[in-house]
Design a protein around this ligand. Structure first.
Ligand code: AMP
Length: 251
């Protein structure tokens, strides 16, 4: 069974994001980048499925500029066997439906049985690509997975929903998006980082694909969130919070 994992490169979650002075986007120059945390979880899950004998190959795939090679090497250091980069010019902005249309072509080419994506990219918070990909492929989907089980050609996915856990069953091939509690990704060891440098990374120029961007969504402006007004007070206990709220006649 082949697993394809979609991996996005985002600003490292420990970095404080700064907005460009002209409001055209966020500052990326000299900023530490990392694999999108939900995608790291997806890679970890795919590697665990391979280690348990349920999968035979794990392929990491990205749509991005040349810098994405580093991100794909990180995915291979966790344990992906090989990687594919659909290389786009750095200035070409793509929307989730574009990414899904490109991923669809790779899924078709690779004949992957399970396609794992993060539930959302922490930079745009779109939470759209997995759902759109499943619709384009006409594959069943399970979003926000907190547990994945595979038994032959059947997939069982547990999802955290309001008030409990929901378990879905579906046939493969399928699209699954990962939630935070699915697993805790391993640290890539130095030997595995070294090994990852030698794993195959195929680069496909976006111009060689049957693709033209939709250009339906335009970013008009990016701005800093409004500064908080009022003062924050750290309370020592829940009892203190209740007293405070009662004093203010909130409850
Ligand atoms: P989004 O819909 O933008 O929140 O992204 C959801 C998921 O789609 C991410 O967690 C990735 O798994 C995948 N994805 C989004 N953008 C890309 C990209 N440029 N390359 C590869 N995968 C992507």
């Amino acid at each position: 069974m082949k697993i394809l994992v979609a991996v996005k490169r985002v600003i490292d979650h420990n970095v404080k994001v700064r907005v460009k002075a002209d409001g055209s986007g966020v500052e990326l120059a000299n900023v530490k980048m990392a694999i999108n945390p939900f995608d790291e979880i997806a890679v970890e899950e795919a590697v665990r499925l391979k280690e348990s004998g349920k999968a035979t190959e794990v392929i990491a795939v990205s749509v991005g500029d040349i810098s994405y090679q580093e991100t794909l090497r990180s995915a291979m250091a966790i344990g992906a066997d090989r990687a594919i980069l659909i290389q786009r010019p750095a200035e070409l902005a793509l929307e989730p439906l574009d990414i899904a249309r490109l991923l669809q072509q790779i899924v078709d080419k690779e004949q992957a049985d399970l396609i794992l994506l993060g539930k959302q990219a922490i930079d745009d918070d779109c939470n759209q690509t997995g759902q759109m990909l499943s619709a384009l492929l006409d594959y069943p989907q399970a979003t926000f997975a907190s547990q994945i089980k595979i038994d032959g050609g059947t997939l069982q996915v547990t999802r955290e929903i309001d008030g409990g856990l929901e378990t879905l069953e579906m046939p493969l091939p399928a699209v699954v998006t990962t939630d935070l509690r699915l697993n805790e990704p391993r640290y890539a060891t130095l030997p595995n980082i070294m090994k990852a440098k030698k794993k195959p990374l195929d680069i496909i120029d976006i111009a060689d694909m049957n693709f033209s961007p939709l250009g339906q969504v335009k970013t008009l402006k990016v701005s800093e969130p409004k500064k908080r007004v009022g003062q924050c007070t750290l309370l020592s206990s829940a009892t203190a919070l209740v007293s405070e709220l009662q004093a203010k006649e909130v409850i």
